[in-house]
Design a protein around this ligand. Structure first.
Ligand code: R1P
Ligand code: URA
Length: 357
């Protein structure tokens, strides 16, 4: 056992596993909670162009534009994220200046859409791991340039459920790939790099606790399979190609189910891994839109799908409102590290949330 492992073992006994994780996350950031980049090159650059967001550190005052962000919410489609921005605006009582309306800040990238509602950013990430990974690189850099403190990232999505009624809300405890590995693997300079896909356990519990007894659907936690494909990768029989039988498919789904996987989608692995690598707390919340034990095609009417998609948004909105109502104390007392308990930072967090009362 080397010194780092020894320190880690001592910490996990003294602090408990959750607190140890919180400490690690806090220490990845600067002492005042700002996001720190694990890239020595960025600060040597004259300016940093966030190409796919149509923003840049030279062309925009990113601190002025984004310095008050606390929550970054992502989901697949521009429409969903525009609707969420509208919805959260009503929920937190944020007012736009008279005569203005919500603008897609990244409109001229023609890639992603981004809306800002007070402390909330609502951004579309497209489909699949590469799309969400590119966006995360740029949004994490945006957090750094804007000097955002302790942001929390959410993915609000749709997914295929395994043995779950359509419309069930799943909060992911862990993301795994098609080989049941819990890391995001990419080739870098000809070598495979693996980044652990870790989601914040405490955030999972806090979100689960915000389910209301009278919600007409279940909110459950479990493992999420993240694939690189919607068809063969998720064991569907209805793609353009299929070289396995229905029995093979069912065996695969049963095996997943036995190992605790309850839903499948296509972004959670990179979302968990890249936020974790940046020391950012994150959660993935998806509604199931089909029970894969019963079929492959999405046959549910559009209006019903739209209502199901709103369920993760409601849960996240409850979290954001609770956070803001308790003036930042709700979650920001989470770290045992003196760095994030500094009175100065706590005051800043308080001031920040007072702006949204
Ligand atoms: O509903 P969203 O968030 O777009 O995500 C899910 O839907 C897409 C497939 O239809 C994939 O991107 C999958 O992850
Ligand atoms: O089955 C599904 C449904 C939504 N998203 C997926 O990735 N798979």
């Amino acid at each position: 056992m080397d010194i780092i492992e020894l320190q880690s073992a001592v910490r996990s006994v003294v602090m408990g596993k959750d607190t140890q994780e919180e400490h690690r996350i806090a220490c990845t950031r600067y002492e005042d909670g700002r996001v720190r980049l694990r890239n020595p090159h960025i600060e040597l650059m004259d300016q940093d162009i966030l190409y796919h967001l149509a923003l840049g550190s030279g062309s925009h005052d990113l601190v002025e534009m984004f310095g008050d962000v606390k929550f970054v919410c992502m989901g697949g489609t521009p429409k969903r994220m525009e609707q969420f921005a509208d919805y959260i605006m009503g929920e937190i009582g944020h007012k736009l200046p008279t005569g203005t309306r919500l603008q897609d800040i990244s409109h001229y990238s023609y890639r992603y859409s981004m809306y800002k509602v007070g402390p909330v950013l609502s951004i579309s990430h497209g489909m699949g791991l590469p799309s969400v990974a590119i966006l995360l690189h740029e949004v994490i850099k945006l957090m750094y340039h804007a000097k955002v403190r302790d942001p929390i990232f959410f993915r609000m999505g749709t997914s295929g459920g395994i043995g779950l009624e359509g419309g069930t809300v799943v909060i992911s405890e862990q993301a795994v790939d098609g080989l049941m590995r819990s890391f995001y693997e990419i080739p870098v300079l000809g070598k495979l790099v693996q980044r652990p896909a870790v989601l914040d356990k405490k955030l999972v519990r806090e979100l689960k606790a915000l389910h209301h007894a009278d919600d007409p659907y279940d909110t459950i936690t479990g493992k999420t399979l993240c694939t690189s494909d919607f068809y063969e990768g998720q064991g569907r029989l209805d793609g353009a190609f299929c070289e396995f039988s229905e029995t093979d498919k069912m065996q695969f789904l049963e095996k997943l189910h036995k190992s605790g996987v309850i839903n499948m989608e296509m972004e959670s692995l990179a979302f968990a891994a890249l936020t974790h690598h940046a020391g950012i707390r994150s959660a993935v919340i998806c509604a199931t839109i089909v029970d894969r034990l019963k079929g492959d095609q999405i046959q549910t009417p559009k209006e019903v799908l739209d209502e199901w998609q709103e369920r993760p948004q409601k849960l996240i909105s409850r979290y954001i409102k609770k956070y803001l109502q308790t003036k930042g104390r709700f979650m920001d007392s989470y770290c045992g590290s003196p760095c994030v308990k500094s009175p100065r930072r706590f005051k800043l967090v308080q001031q920040e949330s007072e702006n949204y009362d």
